[in-house]
Design a protein around this ligand. Structure first.
Ligand SMILES: NC(=O)c1ccc[n+]([C@@H]2O[C@H](COP(=O)([O-])OP(=O)(O)OC[C@H]3O[C@@H](n4cnc5c(N)ncnc54)[C@H](OP(=O)(O)O)[C@@H]3O)[C@@H](O)[C@H]2O)c1
Length: 289
């Protein structure tokens, strides 16, 4: 099971046009895809337009692939006095960002809306009211967050009548901080759905110059009994899924044959506690204490 992420959609031959994307997503569904991850900033809204155009061509696809929308990150505006990338979780921004996403997608509702990143200037009450309004207006079914710390998540949840049911965070064999900073534990306790972004470390897993990636590939290769990149990728996805929070990988690849091979390897790879820790050790370059 995986979510497909649309951040790189415009880059791929199989994903860069509405016609090609319909075929690609149909094959993703057959391979076990259960949703599409979006954000208003991906390709400055053009990923959403592309998904909307693909769904307009195939209602069946739209029915089978729930949408996860995100907002709260804003790129620097060159004309500003002090341009800077920044985060905005205030009500006015989240409201207008969601309306923009719905318009570009050509839909009246998305399944899930996530606050993309925590805004250090966020007022929990104000953000909570904006999120509740989205649900009450029928624009969103479910709410969640992405990249929040446990305390930020608890602060927002404390101000919200509706439950936050989803945490999207970075988690992979090469990015393991969520194991120790409490986010995965908190998700288990709260019963949150966890989705893992950049589950192949954004392609870094395949880097020839990255020492940690080389150690992890060697360890995964021992286990998977192969060194082909997709077998290793599938084993890396199985390593994520082995955590009791049940993180679902958000695959960002744009090549369906690769994704199919990776999903087959994911299903075929079983980690014992010892082999799971061996991969963690390879990632960190040292054994656990
Ligand atoms: N919430 C957040 O803050 C946040 C942040 C970042 C991303 N995301 C979400 O997470 C999704 C996935 O992120 P991601 O794209 O970084 O994920 P990823 O799946 O870790 O990385 C995808 C990259 O790996 C490459 N790749 C896959 N298999 C390969 C292989 N066998 N050999 C060489 N390269 C290979 C892909 O290339 P090909 O395209 O050529 O297959 C693609 O460039 C995004 O689309 C987005 O929806 C969320």
């Amino acid at each position: 099971m995986f979510i497909w992420g649309s951040m790189r959609a415009l880059d791929g031959e199989q994903t860069g046009s509405p016609h090609a994307l319909v075929r690609f997503l149909e094959q993703c569904v057959e391979a076990g895809c259960t949703g599409v991850d979006l954000a208003d900033i991906y390709n400055q809204g053009r990923s959403e337009i592309l998904i909307g155009e693909a769904f307009a061509r195939s209602r069946e696809l739209a029915d089978r692939l729930p949408l996860i929308a995100k907002a709260g990150v804003v790129f620097a505006t060159p004309e500003a006095a002090l341009p800077a990338h920044h985060y905005r979780n205030d009500a006015a921004h989240l409201r207008s960002a969601l309306d923009g996403s719905l318009r570009r997608l050509g839909v009246e509702q998305v399944e899930t809306f996530l606050v993309h990143r925590p805004d250090y200037l966020m007022r929990f009450d104000e953000t909570a009211r904006a999120l509740e309004e989205m649900v009450q207006a029928g624009k969103v079914q479910k709410l969640g967050v992405s990249n929040f710390s446990v305390s930020q998540l608890n602060g927002l949840q404390g101000a919200l009548a509706a439950p936050l049911g989803h945490h999207q965070l970075e988690f992979s064999v090469l990015e393991t901080r969520a194991l120790e900073d409490g986010r995965l534990d908190a998700a288990i306790t709260a019963g949150h759905r966890v989705t893992a972004w950049s589950p192949l470390a954004g392609g870094r897993l395949f880097s020839q110059s990255d020492k940690a990636a080389a150690r992890v590939r060697e360890a995964l290769g021992e286990l998977a009994g192969e060194s082909d990149p997709d077998g290793l990728a599938g084993a890396a996805l199985a390593w994520i899924a082995r955590h009791p929070a049940g993180p679902v990988p958000i695959l960002g690849g744009t090549d369906i044959e690769r994704i199919e091979r990776q999903c087959a390897a994911l299903k075929a790879t079983v980690f014992t506690p010892e082999s799971w820790y061996a991969v963690l050790e390879a990632s960190r370059g040292q054994p656990v204490p």
